[in-house]
Design a protein around this ligand. Structure first.
Ligand SMILES: Nc1ncnc2c1ncn2[C@@H]1O[C@H](COP(=O)(O)OP(=O)(O)OP(=O)(O)O)[C@@H](O)[C@H]1O
Ligand SMILES: [Mg+2]
Length: 657
């Protein structure tokens, strides 16, 4: 009011001497309110630890709207790994929750419907448990479906199983079965026969990918094919190395999954005649065995357990819902990172990956914690402005929800923040040592596997009492070559086992990814694509925005895969296979070379300067001789651009000039 009456700032400040006191008082009140609010939010976060992953504003927006449970929808993805939406029924009555949908659109029915009741942090906690229970149940169902379908239809049965399954379960069950079958093949000296069977499986799957699948199906097939190739190569290596025992290091270092359905380990899982294993018991006896596995799996259901095993570590799988997402190609480098992380986790230590840009540090750490261990994984991009409160909040969330925190580019933080971070991590590791980590229990029967069980314990973390879950992990990544980055202090380095990551295997990654999209000529196309990037890096000018690393190659392959999937049956290997339409080759058909050529051109040419673009075109015509680039009609786009440019008095250069 005073200001309104006399809107002159000097008058107000000079003449009313009470203003300063008033402002100081208000500031004090504001501080008390903020402290109270922070304490209040902290209690909510301790009650449901995944709220630690939300900012204060986001959490307040949920808390201020508790009457309407649907208000949590926008924040689900920050709390859960890949739960994008929940289906609420009866929005004007009890808001019954019936299913969850992933970011890609996979819908999974909950194990049982749930009605959100009471305070939001309470029912969100129940929702977290329900999601885990659902994933367990769906995985157990996927296993029983696999056994039934393979028993009835062999390799064809397996292919149809992939289509009707639940993506996360399909990948896991595939791993479970592979580990069991391989151990049988090693013991019986039948690795060669098993490799032939895997070859047949691969062929059957790639045929299906080529026939055109819907979007979700092709995602599962791609993920599974990536794994299948890796598994076939693994068996080949074991044949070459003459592995004869399951204790051989070559097999011990393989990342394996095992489960607590003991009956499953009584025999390799097989179906009709296309199976390598020729059992010496009758079909009748085998049928009985299959039935006993099915019975055990359906009895276990929500008690279904999976463990990850590599060398000396057995770690529990946590069944976070992951949806239907792509997988990285597993190369020797990936395995090196996997074994460092899994072994250090078994010794109550954490791990650190260091290496140049684009070598796969972040993505590989994420894939291990997500896909192999089923944890919720939070990637935290460290920047210089990051404060300790933020770090503490993330760590609190991760340790009480048993997830994995990836501190990306940690050496950007300042030295004082790093030393305090080291203290916090030490506290977590001590807690893990005190509770003894996850306990490995001996199996109920002789054939069963020793499974790891998650443990929880209470620890005092930075003056707050929190529940610590034994699966909690921290991974740090750094690129030590950039100038101006901090050298990590010794007390931090001592807590992490280091792995250095060098150049990824471009050729192999490219080849397997192309193969997983259904390209028959994957090997030669991968060679060409990698050579294009290599030649560009040597011949083109050095602009800071040109990138020829894994990221650029990846987006090119992704684009090629998308075009391939859209075309479905209209993709052929050679131009002479294109059917004629009005006596000319049908323009809707593409050859595999044309697809890759188009993908390389479209994803890369926009970033090149004019002179480099000409060089780039020459490189392409050298590597793809006599391949006519597919015709794409851009004239509408070009006309529009032309108009906009003219109206701004700019010149238009034809793309080929
Ligand atoms: N084994 C692999 N299979 C498939 N793609 C891979 C593989 N390794 C890395 N990539 C791809 O390479 C790209 C770069 O990986 P990532 O982001 O993990 O690199 P980084 O080492 O963390 O780099 P930076 O230091 O720049 O953060 C990603 O797009 C990733 O998908
Ligand atoms: Mg990174």
């Amino acid at each position: 009011n005073t200001v309104q009456k006399r809107p002159n700032v000097i008058d107000i400040c000079v003449e009313t001497d009470k203003l300063l006191v008033k402002l100081q008082d208000n500031h004090k009140i504001l501080e008390t309110v903020q402290k109270g609010l922070a304490d209040y939010l902290e209690t909510k976060r301790i009650a449901f630890p995944r709220f630690f992953f939300l900012s204060d504003e986001e959490l307040l927006s949920i808390l201020s709207n508790t009457k309407n449970p649907t208000s949590v929808q926008p924040f689900l993805r920050s709390c859960f790994e890949n739960m994008a939406r929940i289906k609420f029924l009866d929005e004007d009555k009890n808001y019954e929750m019936v299913s969850m949908t992933s970011h890609e659109g996979e819908v999974v029915l909950f194990a049982e419907p749930m009605i959100p009741q009471g305070q939001v942090e309470i029912w969100m906690g129940q929702l977290e448990k329900l999601a885990i229970k659902t994933v367990k149940l769906r995985c157990a169902e996927t296993l029983t479906k696999y056994i039934q379908m393979v028993f009835e239809n062999g390799i064809q049965g397996r292919a149809s199983w992939v289509k009707c399954g639940f993506a996360q379960g399909v990948c896991l069950v595939n791993q479970l079965v592979f580990c069991n079958d391989t151990e049988w093949a090693i013991r019986d000296g039948q690795l060669k026969e098993y490799r032939d069977q895997l070859d047949k499986q691969l062929e059957c799957m790639t045929e299906l990918v080529r026939t055109g699948l819907n979007k979700l199906e092709s995602k599962v097939f791609s993920a599974l094919l990536t794994y299948d190739v890796f598994q076939r190569d693994k068996i080949q290596t074991m044949i070459d190395q003459k592995v004869i025992s399951t204790n051989d290091f070559e097999w011990a270092k393989h990342p394996k999954h095992i489960c607590n359905v003991d009956q499953m380990y009584l025999q390799p899982i097989h179906g009709s005649n296309d199976f390598y294993y020729k059992p010496n018991y009758s079909a009748e006896e085998y049928k009985k065995m299959v039935e006993s596995v099915l019975e055990e799996a359906s009895e276990i259901k929500s008690e279904f357990l999976i463990s990850f095993q590599q060398i000396l570590s057995t770690l529990p799988y946590q069944f976070e819902y992951l949806g239907n997402t792509a997988r990285l190609v597993i190369t020797p480098l990936t395995l090196k990172i996997y074994s460092t992380i899994s072994q250090s986790q078994g010794m109550f230590k954490f791990s650190s990956c260091s290496g140049p840009a684009g070598s796969g540090k972040t993505e590989t750490s994420k894939q291990l914690s997500n896909k192999e261990l089923g944890l919720v994984c939070v990637v935290f991009n460290c920047s210089e402005g990051l404060d300790l409160i933020g770090i503490k909040r993330m760590l609190s969330g991760v340790i009480s929800s048993g997830g994995c925190l990836v501190m990306d580019e940690i050496n950007r933080l300042s030295l004082d923040v790093l030393s305090v971070f080291a203290q916090m991590v030490l506290g977590v590791q001590r807690g893990l040592q005190l509770c003894g980590g996850s306990i490995v229990k001996t199996p109920k029967t002789e054939v069963g596997k020793s499974m790891a069980h998650i443990q929880t314990t209470k620890i005092l973390f930075e003056n707050t009492e929190l529940n610590l879950q034994s699966t909690a992990a921290v991974i740090i990544t750094q690129n030590p070559n950039y100038s101006g980055r901090q050298k990590l202090p010794a007390n931090l380095v001592a807590l992490f086992r280091a792995v250095s990551v060098m150049v990824p295997n471009y050729m192999k990654i490219c080849q397997i990814r192309l193969y997983s999209y259904g390209f028959k000529k994957a090997t030669s196309l991968a060679q060409k694509a990698v050579s294009v990037f290599k030649l560009c890096s040597e011949q083109l000018s050095l602009c800071s925005w040109y990138d020829y690393g894994m990221r650029a190659i990846n987006s090119t392959i992704q684009a090629a895969g998308n075009i391939r999937q859209e075309l479905g049956n209209m993709c052929v290997q050679n131009s002479k296979d294109i059917p004629l339409k009005h006596n000319v080759p049908d323009p809707r058909y593409y050859t595999e070379d044309q697809i890759v050529l188009r993908a390389i051109t479209e994803t890369n040419s926009p970033k090149f300067l004019h002179n480099d673009y000409l060089l780039f075109k020459n490189i392409l015509s050298d590597l793809f001789p006599q391949i006519k680039p597919p015709f794409i009609d851009y004239h509408l786009l070009i006309d529009e651009l032309n108009q906009v440019l003219r109206s701004n008095f700019m010149n238009f250069l034809q793309p080929d000039e």
